[in-house]
Design a protein around this ligand. Structure first.
Ligand SMILES: Nc1ncnc2c1ncn2[C@@H]1O[C@H](COP(=O)(O)OP(=O)(O)OP(=O)(O)O)[C@@H](O)[C@H]1O
Ligand SMILES: [Mg+2]
Length: 269
């Protein structure tokens, strides 16, 4: 019942175009308000977690993500898309690493801004990869335990800033949350409050449950990550069945053996 009540409250604030929630100012289009918690990221921690697209001295592998960024943005701009889902057929293909790097690469562009959202409700890892402890996560927001504005943090490294909505685990069934009206209302609100930003969602694997299938209709496009050695053709075909109505902007083949060019072997199609 609490979640229904919370959904109604979220919907009501959306109807009224509210910019204040639970006493916190909500992020106005594109710019972070002073109220947001800012976290400076540690380059050594990022490197350890293969997040390299921040343009530091180890920026060379990041150029692969910059190329992916350009292609993804061209496609998204052409179609007027804002919401990009990052998923894979099976676990461990590199979704979170790719989502973090792509988001950071986009955030480095002076005229672009990004919100990166952890929608892996079973196993949220974004905050760990970035090296911070969230006060609240997506599930807290869904459950009415925390305001959206207190869950979103502004991460910063050098001059690059990016908003991150970290995840938090749920004691409830994650696929029920994914399919819920509360989630729909939260996504509508994100779409409205962050309309000048590209919003990237780090999702769970597609074939592990129905979490991704539930949320796909709310996404504009999908970036599908496959991994050499762990993704089979049958897995990709199985995913295709669920991707009839949501366009796949690119398929990244991760963990390829072209490591001679750097430790980041991947290609995209
Ligand atoms: N291109 C790559 N080359 C080598 N290792 C990689 C590459 N990309 C990711 N990894 C490693 O693979 C592991 C899984 O990566 P990641 O957490 O991004 O996958 P995931 O698809 O998000 O996993 P999960 O399904 O558990 O959420 C991590 O240890 C990561 O460092
Ligand atoms: Mg992941």
């Amino acid at each position: 019942m609490d979640s229904i009540k919370h959904a109604v409250e979220l919907a009501r604030s959306a109807e009224h175009g509210a910019r204040i929630v639970d006493g916190h100012s909500v992020v106005p289009q594109g710019n972070a308000p002073d109220a947001l918690r800012e976290i400076r990221l540690n380059p050594a921690h990022l490197d350890t977690n293969r997040i390299v697209a921040y343009g530091g001295i180890s920026g060379q592998p990041g150029r692969y993500y910059d190329m992916l960024r350009t292609q993804v943005l061209q496609e998204m701009d052409k179609k007027g898309w804002q919401f990009l889902a990052v998923t894979s057929p099976t676990p461990g293909c590199g979704k979170t690493v790719t989502a973090c790097n792509l988001a950071m690469s986009i955030a480095r562009l002076p005229e672009r801004s990004v919100l990166l959202v952890d929608l892996d409700l079973r196993k949220p890892t974004l905050a760990t990869y970035f090296g911070f402890k969230p006060e609240h996560g997506v599930t807290d927001v869904l459950e009415g335990q925390g305001a959206l504005s207190s869950a979103i943090v502004q991460t910063a490294i050098g001059p690059t800033k990016m908003l991150v909505l970290p995840g938090s685990t749920t004691s409830h069934n994650s696929s029920e949350w994914m399919a819920s009206q509360t989630m729909a209302t939260l996504l509508e609100r994100i779409k409205r409050d962050f309309r000048s930003r590209t919003v990237i969602f780090d999702l769970p694997p597609m074939l592990l449950g129905d979490d991704v299938i539930s949320i796909l209709p709310r996404m504009d496009a999908v970036l599908l990550i496959a991994a050499v050695g762990s993704t089979s053709v049958a897995d990709i075909k199985e995913c295709q069945k669920h991707l009839q109505r949501t366009p796949v902007v690119r398929v990244v083949v991760n963990k390829t053996a072209v490591a001679a060019e750097g430790y980041y072997g991947y290609g995209y199609y």
